[in-house]
Design a binder for this molecule. Structure first.
Ligand code: SIN
Length: 284
């Protein structure tokens, strides 16, 4: 039986997330990487400062967690690296190199797919000195904080998610979908309360943007409930706010969190992040 190497950590916030200290991911050996993966699974989110990773190294690293997932839109993937997606306001030769303000609004990634991504990783290539923080909410803590009567009311509710609706109404980057994208992204149905497959923990798992109804509820009443639950889960007491530095890597488990990007002065600053995803499974 192999024992995991000792990874030095400190909590991102009490009871959630871990900053991993003293690990250089570009040169880490296999045992250390196993320890990093284990830390991720035990804490729900990890963050490492001062990393220097090429797109190829990011793909190698994330492959320790599972199969890297494709991106729905291909136009902002890094040339030669289809699993690495650029989030940025940078324009080169008159063309944007990335999706700008792509993740602003509380959500869980790929919620519009039958098998949403298990994990999201962001790597800071260039970040503004102020603004553009990423916030991650611990949705297990949020679920556990609900009174039993509310838990009983919510458990078993099913949300209807629509990529088409999301893309036509989103605040940043709205667009009508091609017939091909419509066919590739049919509507899906996921539980409002998700069970973690590793240990059975329950998480409050609403999302903004893609949800168009709660099954069995009048439309507005259902949407009000989802909004109420997003507000509940994203109170400061459940949220880690990450202030980026160049070279930071942060990853979170989408099965038990919500996250959002935040705005920054894009007339003054450049933000460039690389985003990678790990394939997930069907929520229950
Ligand atoms: C995302 O939601 O995938 C990105 C969040 C961010 O840009 O901070």
């Amino acid at each position: 039986m192999s024992t995991l190497v000792n990874i030095r950590t400190r909590p991102l916030m009490p009871g959630f997330g871990a900053e991993i200290l003293g690990v250089d991911l570009a040169t880490a050996d296999e045992e250390t990487l196993k320890g990093v993966v284990d830390t991720f699974h035990r804490h729900g989110a990890i963050m490492l400062r001062d990393q220097k990773m090429s797109p190829g190294q990011l793909v190698d690293f994330i492959s320790n967690f599972g199969e890297p997932e494709d991106h729905t839109l291909k136009e902002f993937t890094v040339p030669g690296h289809p699993k690495v997606y650029t989030l940025s306001n940078r324009v080169v030769d008159g063309k944007p190199i990335g999706a700008h303000n792509d993740g602003v609004g509380w959500h869980t990634d790929y919620s519009y797919k039958a098998e949403p991504v298990m994990a999201t990783m962001l790597y800071a290539v260039e970040v503004p000195p102020e603004g553009s923080d990423t916030l991650v909410a611990d949705c297990v803590a949020a679920w556990n904080a609900l009174p039993p009567e509310k838990q009983a009311e919510l458990d078993g509710k099913i949300l209807h998610h629509s990529y088409q609706y999301f893309m036509s109404t989103r605040e940043y980057g709205a667009r009508e979908l091609s017939d091909e994208l419509k066919a590739q992204n049919p509507d899906v149905y996921h539980p409002l309360v998700r069970t973690h497959p590793a240990d059975g923990r329950k998480a409050l798992w609403p999302s903004t943007g893609t949800v168009i109804e709660v099954m069995g509820m009048p439309k507005q009443e259902g949407l009000d409930l989802v909004e109420e639950m997003v507000e509940f889960a994203t109170q400061d007491r459940f949220v880690y706010r990450h202030k980026w530095r160049k070279g930071d890597i942060m990853m979170w488990d989408n099965r038990c969190t919500l996250h959002t990007g935040t705005l920054y002065d894009d007339t003054k600053y450049i933000r460039e992040m690389h985003r990678l995803w790990v394939r997930g499974d069907k929520p229950y």
